[in-house]
Ligand binder design. Structure first.
Ligand code: A3P
Length: 350
């Protein structure tokens, strides 16, 4: 059975706690059993990926996270999720969401603003990793005030029903897959375990096209959220990294409205929108001391230097890395997958 060292030394104090502990142990048991049987492929940053209900997940953190969320997360109808596949711009959007929701609480220019000293990923939980991955040292998600903000990479169909049918809202961000692949290749190389052999660009490209990437297939991840958004448009805000880069103020206003915190005319007049855009800009965040030298501890299995979440922050960097044939093939797959869905590379409606 998969255990975490501290689990063995923890003595439950109450009946409730005992039951809770038994529940968690059942999930860990399921997790261990799943690991024995699931299809495996070579990993990008972990030794391998396993395929669970159609998606490729890292066994130690993502698969465990999905199972824990499915069995133990208690959603509230007021929860707001920032969902995305990897490398689509969650670091950025997370800061925009946090700064917007907390704009009356923190002064943007004060050093006390959490974004200036805790790093983007410290400002609200990455659900997949903070849900009792380190049980019993639990991050008490139940104690967070509403509306709670969570980030997740979990594909829509792997989310528990309590999340998908309880009125929770989703801000989904996606990006040109050519830039996703480029960003993912660099990120994997920078954070992979030492014992994991580097993938060449050619190998990474083939795997990405086959859908074998973290939380992949990339296109299925986007499409599932997109289809759910067509069914319940009031619950989804669909954003593209490219659009956000081009017109951040316009999309930030949409975001604030969607989260139930629209900017007042007075705030707009005082330039609050622009201040948030500036605070969360790549240039500002990537140059902060906390993001140059700090570390984000997501779980025992997932500790990442903050600087690794910042690379170039540009649209179209794929042009410096992918060949013409790679571009053609990725565009072809995207066209084929998104055909008839209403999703395309054009500018999203404002
Ligand atoms: P590049 O590798 O193309 O530079 P995620 O946060 O989902 O992991 O996505 C990472 C990508 O977002 C990286 O893209 C990173 O540089 C970029 N990024 C991080 N912070 C950003 C910001 N404030 N503004 C724009 N892009 C940002």
């Amino acid at each position: 059975m998969a255990t975490i060292s501290s689990q063995q030394t923890h003595i439950p104090k109450t009946n409730n706690e005992k039951e809770e502990r038994e529940d968690y142990e059942t999930t860990y048991q399921k997790y261990s059993e799943a690991l024995q049987t699931l299809p495996k492929e070579r990993g990008w940053m972990s030794e391998h990926l396993v395929q669970y209900q159609g998606y490729w997940l890292s066994p130690k953190s993502a698969l465990k996270g999905v199972l824990l969320v499915q069995h133990h997360f208690k959603a509230r109808p007021t929860d707001i999720f920032l969902s995305a596949n990897m490398k689509c711009g969650t670091t950025w959007l997370r800061t925009l969401m946090f700064a917007t929701m907390n704009r009356s609480r923190y002064d943007f220019s004060s050093q006390a603003h959490p974004l200036l000293n805790t790093g983007p990923h410290g400002c609200f939980p990455f659900l997949d990793a903070s849900i009792y991955q380190n049980y019993p040292i639990n991050t008490n998600l139940d104690a967070l005030p509403s509306p709670r903000l969570f980030a997740t990479h979990i594909p829509y169909t792997l989310l528990p029903q309590s999340v998908t049918s309880s009125g929770c809202k989703f801000v989904y961000i996606w990006r040109d897959p050519k830039d996703v692949l480029t960003s993912l290749c660099h990120f994997s190389e920078r954070i992979k375990h030492k014992e994991v052999t580097s993938l060449s660009l050619k190998e990474a490209f083939e795997m990405f096209c086959e859908g074998v990437s973290h939380y992949g297939p990339f296109w299925d991840h986007v499409l599932e959220y997109w289809k759910a958004s067509l069914e319940s448009p009031e619950k989804f805000l669909f954003l593209r990294y490219e659009d956000l880069k081009k017109e951040p103020s316009i999309y930030l206003k949409k975001l604030a409205e969607f989260m139930g915190q629209p900017f007042s005319l007075e705030e707009e007049r005082y330039g609050v929108v622009q201040e948030i855009v500036k605070l969360c800009s790549f240039e500002n965040l990537s140059n902060l001391e906390v993001n140059k030298t700090g570390v984000q501890w997501f779980s025992n299995e997932l500790v990442v230097d903050n600087c690794k979440f910042f690379r170039k922050g540009k649209v179209g960097d794929w042009q410096n890395h992918l060949t013409d044939e790679m571009k053609e093939r990725l565009d072809q797959i995207t066209k084929q997958k998104f055909n008839g869905s209403g999703l395309n590379f054009g500018v999203s409606p404002k």
